[in-house]
Write a protein that binds this ligand. Structure first.
Ligand code: XMP
Length: 507
C-alpha cells in the first residue's frame, strides 16, 4: 500500500480515501508509528499529511527520521512539506499572513507527477508557515502567485512536496496528482477495489487464525454482520457467531437478525442474557455507569460462551477506522465523552487476541464491502444502533416496563420513516424516553404521562451530525401516531440539537 503518516490534519482521512477510490490501496498510521511497523505494511511509498503544528515549535510532531533514509518515494503535503524542507536543510518561516483559498498552479517543470493535468489548474492552499528556501538537491517544480515553492522535488530521491492540499475537493486535479504519485513515482498499479480488499482480508484472517476458533460477536448492525460474513468466507465453521439478547434490543430485533443470518446458512448462537443485564442495571441512573456495566456484562457473557467451546483464542470485532482515530490521533490526549464499549480492547484477564478486519476503513466502505460479500441491501442500509442499546435511550433507571414503552414508540417512528422514504435519507433515527411527565387532556380526561423525544440526524460518519430537517407533516404523523397508539405517552418533542455541542445519543 501507500502508507499515510497522520500529523493531525483534518484532511488526512481523505488522502487515503482518494487513493483507494483511484484503485490504490492506502492505510493511515499515526505519525509516531515505529519504522518496523511501517515497514511491516510493505509500503511502496509514504505520504506525510498536513497538520496543525509548526515544524519549528518545540512541541512539533516529528516522525522517526529514518523514514527519509529508506529509499522509499515520499510525498509531503503542507506540514509534510515543511518537515521535508527542514529535514534536508531548507528553511521554514511563519507566513506574514495565512494563505487560505484557491490558487493557480504554474508548472516550472514537466514533471511526471503532473502528467495529464493542465498547467494553471486550481489548487487549494491552507497554511500558516511556508518554505522560504529549499534544501540542496531539490528544485521547484511549480509556483503560485503567493507561493514561490508551491511544489518541490528531489527526483533523484523520489521525494516530492506540495504546499497545497491535493486531497481536498477544491483542488481540481488533486485526486489525479495523488494517483500520479502512486502510479509513476511509487510504481503502484491501480487494481485495488473492494473485491480485492475482501480477498486480502480473508487471507489475512486465515493466516492470523490458523486452525483455532474465533468468537464473533454479532449485534445485527452493519459492521458486525460484515465481519461475521467475511469470517465465514475465510474460515467457515471455525467461527462461533454469538448474538447476545441483552434485553435492551428494539422490538423484533432478535427475530430479524436470526432470520437474516439463517437465510445465509449461518446458525447464530443466541444467548438470552436479558435478565442478567436488567438485574445489573436496576437502580442505576448514571450514564457512564450504565455503559460500564453493559460493557462488562457483554465480556462476561462472551467469556462464558467461549469456555463452552475448545480452542477459542480469538474475538472478532467490527471496529472501524473512525473508532480508532480518536485514540491514535495526534490531537493530544482526548477526553472521554462516552465510553463506546467496543473500543479500547479487552480486560487483561481475557486472553483473546482481536480480529478486526475493518480497522482501516470507513462506514460507507464497510457498506460497499458488505454488498461485495453478498449481504442484502436492507441489512447494509440499517441505521447504526449503539452497543448499550435502549439502556442509553431510557433516561434514568432502566426497567422492563419503560423499555417496552420505548419499543412501542420506536417502532412507530421507524414505520413512518420507512413508508415516507426518510429512513434511507437519514443517518439515524430513534426515540428517547425522557424521565419527564407532563399534563395532557385526552377526551374529557386529564392525563399525566410520559414524554418521548424523537431524534433524527444527518451525518456522514457520526463524528458530527445535524438534526434532520424532516417535513412538519411527517413529524406530525409521528407525533399523532405515538400519542394515539402508545398508552402511557401523551407528549412528543423533536430534538433540534446538532453534534457538537450535543451528541447523537442522549447518554
Ligand atoms: P454519540 O452519542 O457519541 O454517538 O454522538 C455517535 C454514534 O455512535 C453510536 N454509539 C455507539 N455505538 N457502542 C456503539 O457501537 C456504543 O457504546 C455507542 N455509543 C454511541 C451512536 O448511536 C451514534 O451512531
Amino acid at each position: 500500500p501507500i502508507v499515510v503518516l497522520d500529523f493531525g490534519s483534518q484532511y488526512t482521512q481523505i488522502i487515503a480515501r482518494k487513493l483507494r477510490e483511484s484503485g490504490v490501496y492506502s492505510e493511515i498510521v499515526p505519525y509516531s508509528e515505529s519504522i518496523e511497523d511501517i515497514m511491516a505494511r510493505t509500503p511502496k511509498g509514504l505520504i506525510l499529511s498536513g497538520g496543525p503544528a509548526s515544524v519549528y515549535a518545540t512541541d512539533s510532531y516529528h516522525p522517526d527520521s529514518t523514514i527519509f533514509d529508506l529509499g522509499l518515494p515520499i510525498l509531503g503535503i503542507c506540514y509534510g512539506m515543511q518537515l521535508i524542507a527542514q529535514h534536508f536543510g531548507g528553511s521554514v518561516v511563519p507566513a506574514s499572513s495565512h494563505e487560505y483559498g484557491k490558487a493557480k498552479l504554474e508548472f516550472i517543470d514537466e514533471n511526471e507527477i503532473f502528467k495529464d493535468t493542465p498547467n494553471g489548474q486550481t489548487v487549494w492552499m491552507s497554511h500558516g508557515d511556508r518554505v522560504e528556501s529549499i534544501p540542496s538537491g531539490f528544485e521547484k517544480i511549480a509556483i503560485s502567485e503567493n507561493s514561490p515553492f508551491a511544489a518541490i522535488a528531489d527526483t533523484s530521491k523520489n521525494i516530492y512536496a506540495f504546499q497545497f492540499h491535493p486531497e481536498v475537493y477544491h483542488s481540481e486535479y488533486g485526486t489525479k496528482l495523488l494517483k500520479n504519485f502512486a502510479k509513476y513515482i511509487c510504481g503502484c498499479e491501480s487494481t485495488w477495489n473492494m473485491g480485492s480488499f475482501a480477498k486480502e482480508q480473508i487471507d489475512r484472517v486465515k493466516k492470523q487464525v490458523g486452525n483455532k476458533k474465533v468468537l464473533c460477536a454479532v449485534s445485527g448492525g452493519v459492521d458486525s454482520s460484515v465481519v461475521a460474513t467475511l469470517l465465514f468466507e475465510a474460515i467457515g465453521n471455525q467461527v462461533i457467531p454469538v448474538f447476545v439478547d441483552n434485553g435492551l434490543l428494539r422490538a423484533n430485533e432478535r427475530d430479524q437478525v436470526e432470520t437474516i443470518f439463517r437465510s445465509r446458512g449461518i446458525d447464530l448462537i443466541t444467548v438470552d442474557a436479558s435478565e442478567k443485564f436488567l438485574s445489573k442495571l436496576a437502580g442505576i441512573t448514571d450514564p457512564e455507569t450504565k455503559r460500564k456495566i453493559i460493557g462488562e456484562t457483554f465480556i462476561e457473557v462472551f467469556d462464558t460462551e467461549a469456555k463452552k467451546h475448545s480452542g477459542v483464542e480469538f474475538l472478532a470485532q467490527g471496529t472501524l477506522y473512525t473508532d480508532v482515530i480518536e485514540s491514535v490521533s495526534v490531537k493530544g490526549p482526548s477526553k472521554t465523552i462516552k465510553s463506546h464499549h467496543n473500543v479500547g480492547g479487552l480486560p487483561d484477564w481475557m486472553k483473546f487476541e482481536l480480529v478486526e478486519p475493518l480497522r482501516e476503513i470507513f462506514k460507507d466502505e464497510v457498506r460497499e464491502l458488505g454488498l461485495e460479500l453478498g449481504l442484502p441491501r436492507n441489512m447494509i442500509n440499517r441505521h447504526p444502533f449503539p452497543g448499550p442499546g435502549l439502556a442509553i435511550r431510557v433516561m434514568g433507571d432502566v426497567n422492563k416496563p419503560d423499555l417496552d414503552l420505548l419499543r412501542k414508540a420506536d417502532i412507530i417512528l421507524l414505520d413512518v420513516l420507512h413508508s415516507t422514504g426518510y429512513y434511507e435519507k437519514t443517518w439515524q433515527a430513534f426515540t428517547v424516553l425522557l424521565n419527564v411527565k407532563s399534563v395532557g387532556v385526552m377526551g374529557d380526561n386529564r392525563t399525566y404521562d410520559n414524554t418521548v423525544c424523537v431524534r433524527i440526524v444527518d451525518a456522514t460518519d457520526g463524528m458530527t451530525a445535524t438534526f434532520a430537517h424532516i417535513p412538519h407533516e411527517i413529524l406530525e404523523t409521528i407525533s399523532r401516531r405515538i400519542i394515539n397508539e402508545v398508552d402511557g405517552i401523551n407528549r412528543v418533542v423533536y430534538d433540534i440539537s446538532s453534534k457538537p455541542p450535543a451528541t447523537i445519543e442522549w447518554e
